[in-house]
Design a binder for this molecule. Structure first.
Ligand code: BGC
Length: 632
């Protein structure tokens, strides 16, 4: 075990070293010089309003007016995912604006575009940077073919508190693994250098220490001393910068009482001063306007000024730069040189991407890219690599393919959306192979596969994303319907030789604004699991979830437990591959599983102090007993 751990570390060290050796800080000097010349020539012609436009990112949610924003000079657009609209908007930029500067289209392509890969936390469990690089290369290829230029990923926040919903978007609790996965993702999204065909501009987000929110409460302030910041929270970002990531995104929250959006220590001293980052920094959505809410600015003008002077280049969605920056310059409070400095890397990215020569997307080619069967093959292999076998007693696994009757039970066993997981691309219709589908496809014709969902699960409070999906918030299941579903599940289990319980969280229980105070299996899943296990049949528990769950009872009483995370489009196939022994589950945990939510934050790299682990006098087994499953 120990030597396997060392071997993995050594492999990661090699991957990191290789990344460092080929870092595309990277691109040839002469190419850089010609880009710089074009940018300088363009900049020399630009009015102040046109420059501020480049620093403005317009939103495209229903009710917003991206076309109008582009006419006013907006340099980029987010929250749109439609090739026809991209071309229509681009036409405005390159035909109607004075300097014909094309716009960048940006979106969150987090773990796949059409072919959805396992969520980032799962990909980290593969401990395989090469696999992750390939996954993000597929995501980039599909997204670029659809007309996108820029993704708001990778998310590099080290997360040690499982209550925090956004743990699902990152690589877990360890800065070293996080750094290796950061490099892999930057390479996957961007290729060897910005501008490679079929790739995107990547964004290292959320700079920095967003994952250390007080109490795991999303957006809450973070207090992190500089040594902890530099030892734990910054390394993945530094690795991404070194690997040539094109952009950074500032975080929402206050870091040590200074909002990250206007944090000059982060955006200027560390990022530009120490790391020599040449790209641009975008705020998180509405982050510049939020400076007023956060008490860091009296009004929009001060918010714009503070953010820009701290080192922020692009205002995502709030139009605070658009409304106030020019006046700040004219009043002498913001030097023109600071504006020019912010505009340069944005123009440079547009030049490198070849947008001045090829501003439009050829939507006719999209279908063939999305249908490329290689993408599904990679998604299945990636999912196989992410599965963690938490327990396997009495040779419960692998299951036999000729077993007489299998019951597949649980609220996430046949849910496409929950199998694809948290944060899929805006406008995408879930199309995953579910666990039920995967098992049916795997077994022989003589095996009977039956299914029951059991009682439904749902978030206690609505998700802020419900507003984008009509009908997303269903009314709660009535008590008698839930009882009937419970009984049906029991009857299904009784009639089978083997039971596969597929339990966990729905996709919207993790992600942004999805912190949980309890990490138990939601709803009546625990009761159902205990009742099914009491039947005395072989039971396998497959977990579909975006964070560690507190499963101390299962850890002792369920003979086989497979952590499958949210495994993406090919998830059901990959899970069946593992359950029936066609594939060896090679994943290892990138996070510690606490016994109770009250043990969070919990992580392996804890400094032993006054009464070390195992000291009998005080809190004898508090730490030792706090984890059901540990990091790797
Ligand atoms: C999230 C970012 C995301 C942005 C744009 C914000 O709410 O915090 O991670 O990139 O929205 O969708």
């Amino acid at each position: 075990m120990f030597s396997a751990h060392l071997a993995r570390r050594a492999a990661l060290a090699l991957a990191l070293a290789a990344a460092a050796a080929t870092t595309p800080a990277a691109q040839s000097r002469s190419a850089d010089a010609s880009v710089d010349q074009r940018v300088a020539a363009l900049l020399a012609q630009m009015t102040l309003a046109e420059k501020v436009g480049q620093l403005t990112q317009a939103g495209a949610f229903p009710g917003m007016d991206p076309a109008g924003a582009i006419r006013k000079g907006a340099g980029s657009v987010l929250w749109l995912n439609d090739p026809a609209q991209f071309n229509a908007l681009q036409k405005i930029a390159v035909e109607e604006t004075r300097l014909k500067i094309p716009v960048l289209f940006a979106l969150d392509v987090i773990h796949g575009y059409r072919t959805i890969f396992p969520v980032p936390l799962a990909m980290a469990a593969s401990w395989d940077p090469a696999e992750y690089e390939q996954a993000q290369a597929v995501a980039a290829r599909e997204a670029r073919a659809a007309g996108l230029h820029w993704t708001f990923a990778p998310m590099l926040d080290v997360a040690r508190d499982a209550r925090w919903g956004r743990m699902v978007e990152g690589a877990g609790e360890d800065p070293y693994l996080g750094s290796a996965m950061a490099v892999a993702q930057v390479r996957g999204f961007q290729g060897a250098a910005l501008g490679e065909p079929g790739r995107l501009i990547a964004t290292a987000k959320h700079f920095a220490a967003y994952g250390a929110a007080d109490g795991g409460r999303d957006y809450d302030p973070v207090y992190v001393p500089e040594n902890l910041l530099r030892n734990v929270y910054l390394p993945p970002f530094q690795a991404a910068a070194k690997a040539g990531v094109g952009s950074f995104m500032s975080a929402y929250m206050d870091l040590n009482d200074v909002p990250a959006t206007a944090n000059r220590f982060l955006l200027h001293d560390v990022l530009r001063g120490e790391w020599k980052f040449p790209g641009f920094v975008v705020s998180d959505a509405f982050g510049v306007a939020n400076l007023v809410t956060q008490g860091a600015a009296r009004d929009g003008g001060e918010a714009a000024r503070r953010a820009l002077l701290a080192g922020l280049d692009v205002d995502m969605g709030s139009n605070t730069f658009g409304q106030h920056l020019a006046a700040e310059v004219e009043a002498g409070r913001v030097p023109m040189a600071a504006i020019d400095q912010a505009v340069r890397p944005i123009l440079a990215a547009k030049v490198r991407l070849g947008l001045f020569e090829h501003p439009y997307v050829d939507a006719g080619k999209l279908g063939a890219v999305l249908e490329d069967p290689v993408h599904r093959v990679r998604a299945r292999r990636a999912a196989q690599r992410t599965m963690v076998l938490l327990r396997n007693e009495a040779k419960t696994l692998p299951l036999k393919k000729d077993v007489g009757a299998i019951a597949v039970i649980g609220p996430v066993a046949d849910s496409k959306a929950d199998t694809e997981g948290s944060w899929i691309v805006f406008g995408h219709q879930p199309a995953a192979v579910t666990v039920l589908d995967g098992i049916k496809a795997k077994v022989g014709a003589a095996t009977k596969v039956s299914y029951a969902s059991g009682p439904e699960i749902r978030r206690d409070i609505p998700s802020m994303f419900d507003q984008f999906t009509p009908g997303a918030r269903k009314p709660p299941q009535a008590a008698d319907a839930a009882d009937a579903a419970f009984n049906e599940a029991m009857a299904t289990a009784k009639a089978a030789d083997v039971v596969v319980m597929v339990l966990g969280e729905s996709a919207n229980m993790s992600g942004e604004a999805a912190s949980r105070a309890s990490l138990d299996l939601p709803g009546r899943q625990q009761a159902l699991l205990e009742a099914v296990v009491a039947l005395g049949k072989p039971v396998v528990l497959v977990l579909i979830n975006g964070r560690p769950l507190t499963i101390p009872w299962a850890a002792e009483h369920v003979p086989a437990i497979l952590e499958a995370w949210q495994p993406g489009t090919e998830g059901g196939h990959a899970i069946a591959d593992v359950l029936f022994g066609d594939v060896n589950p090679g994943g290892k945990l990138p996070v510690t599983f606490p016994r109770k939510a009250a043990h969070a934050p919990l992580y392996y790299a804890r400094v032993t102090t006054h009464q070390p682990e195992g000291t009998p006098r005080y809190s004898p087994r508090y730490w030792a007993g706090a984890a059901t499953f540990r990091f790797v």
